[in-house]
Unconditional design. Structure first.
Length: 260
């Protein structure tokens, strides 16, 4: 294993312009400091450099950026971890959840068998009402991921949802099937099969509980993070997703329990 393979950071950032309700999703690469925590992060055409640690456990850097531990996930002095990242570029303020950790090397990814992960997930639902207002809800729950290395496909599901802010979500569980396994990443860019189910077992849209079908675009970006004892298969899994339509947005951030 080369030094680069052993320390390269990967992750995902679900970016939102603070004056809109839409999202942009980016895969993250980066460089750690000796402690393993981030030093520089690169995404899209932007670079957050010279990240320095704050006394309360977060980071500050260039472009007026701040990276703080996200409430609801375990705080850790090592990666992988979940943060809230804000920054300013070209007079525009951005914010959103960031999941980042040390990448497993390509040869550490099995070619047969499967891996099972579970852990906490946070969801945010925004509904665009006819009077121009936005109705927002937040919930937390549990996710399960079944990653098949031989088939190159993965299944992701969410259950045990509890409302933490706003109205209760109009569904009880969510399943995202047929995700693609691409090396360390598990992804979907408009692909995969999403099923959202109510407590009564009825399939619905995440945005409307009636019979109407709402067209939507979906994106799923997740990573398998390196084992602490290397070389070895990955031991942690986390990421983000978003489902967007003309009448609402649903987003989520998650990280497995077996993260440090």
């Amino acid at each position: 294993m080369t030094k680069l393979e052993g320390k390269r950071l990967i992750g995902a950032y679900l970016r939102q312009v603070t004056v809109t309700e839409g999202y942009d999703m980016f895969s993250i690469t980066g460089v750690p400091r000796n402690s393993g925590l981030p030093r520089n992060l690169n995404f899209d055409d932007s670079k957050i450099r010279r990240l320095s640690q704050l006394s309360e456990g977060g980071f500050s850097g260039s472009r007026r950026s701040t990276i703080t531990p996200r409430a609801g996930f375990p705080k850790s002095d090592t990666l992988p971890a979940v943060y809230d990242m804000t920054y300013r570029a070209e007079r525009i303020d951005y914010a959103g959840p960031l999941v980042v950790g040390t990448s497993a090397a390509g040869f550490e990814i099995p070619t047969t068998g499967r891996a099972l992960y579970s852990g906490p997930v946070q969801l945010s639902l925004n509904l665009f009402l006819e009077d121009g207002t936005v109705e927002s809800s937040a919930a937390q729950g549990r996710f399960n991921a079944d990653i098949g290395y031989g088939s190159g496909r993965a299944l992701f599901s969410i259950s045990a949802l509890e409302t933490t802010d706003g109205n209760a979500l109009p569904f009880e569980s969510l399943t995202w099937a047929n995700l693609g396994v691409c090396g360390t990443r598990v992804v979907s860019s408009g692909q995969g099969n999403i099923k959202v189910v109510t407590e009564e077992g009825r399939k619905v849209s995440p945005f409307i509980t009636g019979r109407s079908v709402v067209p939507a675009r979906s994106n799923f970006e997740s990573m398998q993070f390196a084992n602490q004892d290397r070389p070895a298969p990955p031991e942690a899994f986390g990421g983000i997703f978003s489902i967007e339509s003309d009448v609402g947005t649903l987003s989520a951030v998650f990280l497995s329990d077996n993260s440090p």
